[in-house]
Design a protein around this ligand. Structure first.
Ligand SMILES: [Ca+2]
Ligand SMILES: [Ca+2]
Length: 259
């Protein structure tokens, strides 16, 4: 019986989860309307923590406090006050984009859960999207390393819209596992409609606990919002030698109890 239980536990350890989780998400609501400042503080260093993460268990699960351990945004610029990236409520529909609202926590809690977000530690909540006005790159990093897991089936979802009626733009989305070498580039087409954009990286990045996704903008003014990086999180399987060691220790424990 004990051996059966051990085998069953081993099978469960190796099993993958059934559904993709939002590893890290950004709604940009920490930014001040019109300026790259965070929670009313002075201009930041061009980085922003994720404020959504399905696997966050601190306080309210899935968002706010604790979510920062799962993701970082790097704008690639040092904010100066006259930046080509502007948090703005002056979108075509006003305020945040609404596409991709229901991605976090598989729709259980969505990007409109602002009261919960603030109750879980976020000081300000501003109804803004990011407007990108120049040809530049922004890199989003998502990581499961804080909980010792790896991800398979990495993908990106975000809401996108051009800043002027009748305009079209293209966002290139590329994946990296080291933050240096990017590949598997996919082109996302943006138009005046607030639309869900998806880049599925299939097996690129499988088995990695951390991925970097670079968005390359073409210079046409474009809004983005509710950026999410998803994957199937899996408990990292020990190396064979480590697994054998654990099996040996388990055998010793059983033997010890029988004595
Ligand atoms: Ca939380
Ligand atoms: Ca927003």
């Amino acid at each position: 019986m004990k051996m059966k239980a051990l085998i069953l536990a081993g099978l469960m350890l190796g099993a993958s989860s059934a559904q993709a989780a939002t590893i890290a998400g950004w709604d940009f609501s920490q930014y001040t309307d019109g300026f790259l400042s965070v929670d009313g503080a002075t201009l930041s260093d061009g980085t922003l923590d994720a404020n959504w993460a399905d696997l966050d268990t601190v306080g309210a699960p899935g968002l706010g406090a604790g979510a920062n351990a799962f993701g970082d945004l790097n704008l690639g610029i040092t904010p100066t006050g006259a930046d080509p990236i502007v948090p703005t409520s002056a979108t075509l529909g006003g305020g945040s984009l609404t596409s991709n609202n229901d991605t976090p926590a598989a729709g259980v809690m969505d990007f409109t859960s602002t009261a919960t977000l603030q109750a879980d530690g976020q000081t300000l909540w501003n109804d803004v999207a990011l407007r990108v006005d120049s040809a530049l790159d922004i890199v989003f990093q998502a990581s499961l390393s804080s909980i010792g897991q790896i991800g398979n089936g990495w993908s990106l979802q975000l809401a996108g819209q051009t800043a002027a009626l009748g305009e079209t733009s293209t966002i290139g989305a590329a994946l990296s596992t080291d933050g240096v070498n990017f590949g598997a580039t996919q082109n996302l087409s943006v138009n005046q409609a607030d639309s869900l954009l998806v880049a599925d990286f299939l097996t690129e990045g499988d088995g990695s606990d951390t991925v970097f996704i670079r968005l390359s903008f073409d210079g046409v003014s474009t809004f983005i919002d509710n950026v999410t990086i998803l994957a199937d999180p899996v408990v990292a399987t020990p190396e064979p030698s480590v697994a054998l060691l654990f099996a040996g220790l388990a055998g010793l424990a059983v033997f010890g109890r029988r004595k």
